[in-house]
Design a protein around this ligand. Sequence first.
Ligand code: ISL
Length: 581
Amino acid sequence: MMPNNTATQQDLPEIVNREWWKEIIVYQLYPRSFKDSDGDGVGDLKGILSKLDYLKSLGIGAIWLNPIYASPNDDNGYDISDYYNIMKEFGTMDDFDALLKGLHDCGIRLIMDLVVNHTSDEHPWFVEARKSRDNPFRDYYHWWPAEKGNPPPRFSFFDPHGSGWTYDETTDSFYLHIFSKKQPDLNWECEAVRKEIYKMMHFWFDKGVDGFRLDAISYISKDHSYPVVNKKDLKEKYRGDWSYFYARGPHLHEYLKEMHRETFNHYDVVTIAEIPGIQKNEALLFVHADRKELHMMYHFEGMGIDRASKGFKSPNPDGYKLTDFKRVYTEWDHVFEREGWGTLYLGNHDQPRMLTRWGNDNPEFRSVSAKMLITFLLTMRATPIFYNGDELGMRNIRFDKIEDYRDVETIAMYNYIKNKKSSPKRFLQDMKLTARDNSRTPFQWNATPNAGFTTGKPWITINEDHVFVNQEAQEADENSVLNYFRKLTGLRQSELVLIYGHYTLYDDDHQQVYAYTRTLGKQGMLIILNFSKEPVTWHIPDPLMVKETPLINNETSLQFNHQANDLTLLPYQALIFELAP
Ligand code: ISL
């Protein structure tokens, strides 16, 4: 959906290079947990199709669909065994074609999630490759012959022993897997691999898909000498980030250019690249239009500011500082000030629920803080990527026991800690806040026992709070988070200033208030967000002048002393004012 604003490029000289993918709101849909149509407890494509009206009502421009290809599901579809088929639990290719058509008929584009750094160990390429050292597919993967001794250690978060190499007896060799041992890494140095991947990309583009979210794409090129990683360097120079040794290999940009030339270049499509560990000064290497590589990417810097310096995904006991939050998103805005284009997210299938993490999921503040976070996401200068369920204000489930978890990462790390003879008590406590399964619980459609998600036994426990947090109840309530979300998507779609307008931060060291303007030509908006549970009085900085009544207020009241230009914000209050001309 393009903004219905009729302004043209000529009217808006400040806007460079309008593109549809800069103007959409992306809705990330986790198919396993969205809607089950056949009662097997797992969401599926027909389920999504049955909810088209709902999707259309959201005002979104595209869906990023998590992987739906054939997969043994070691990592919920991020282990693909056949790129040309649909996962059995999710349905058939006919279902896919119907879904694609259904979405397009509603004006919603479809961005597929594609994993090309690795395949499943059940992919026929790997099944062949492991048969013998001279198998024609051997070179498709990374091997270390055992006669050379043990390979230089590589860490895997998805392995109970933490090892990124697994020994394979048949050929007396180790193979590399950055993720679980059922996810062997593809060897991109092998030309045949690259050709196969491009061929497969054409298959999906020819069907009409509108782009790919490219999983862990910076990992595809590696240093094939597998240098020994010096622990001190890893800690001090690379802040413990293993991605420096897995990712950004010597041929990365060469491959991305080739990929662009061979595939994206032939279609009107978009790519959203996941680039763990990316630094600001590297970003434009990936997404500067002139480089003809990728279109957009997402970074992880914001996801680190609430973490403790030690422990696996341990949260900082004091939460996060708003000043850090503002700094990260402001600096990333500046990266794309003139070239490239950013994305923005506060949660996804790899992160806990945004409400629990960045807002406040206590009943008293849940609705208002969810709306405040929505306001932030939909008013920044970057394509917002919104995770399903956040439009209802869904929150972390906070499992007590390891048996409740389904995620390969959480289970592997639990066993890793036990294998190290440490107590997993602290780990389980931390996971309540940070585990990925917190965001993977089923979508809450209504208050019935399985939340309207399935008639069978759900693959993962449904949050008990669905009795009061669900879509049906929120449809009926004009002040619901859901209806607020719709109001904001509508506003973003109708105001180019919210998409392309220049971003200016005010009061960067204020600990409670995040305030910024977006300006384009003569038009301007001031966004004021109280990120705290305390009320706060905030002075609108000179010389800014706003219109008397706000365009958006997530509360029912407003305390505005016009004479003094002071606002007293309620906890988590969010306001959008038009600037007075
Ligand atoms: O989720 C993470 C750690 O908890 C990330 O480090 C994540 O592993 C990394 O961002 C890569 O993520 C992607 O590839 C993984 C898959 O498990 C994730 O779901 C996916 O987003 C392996 O394919």
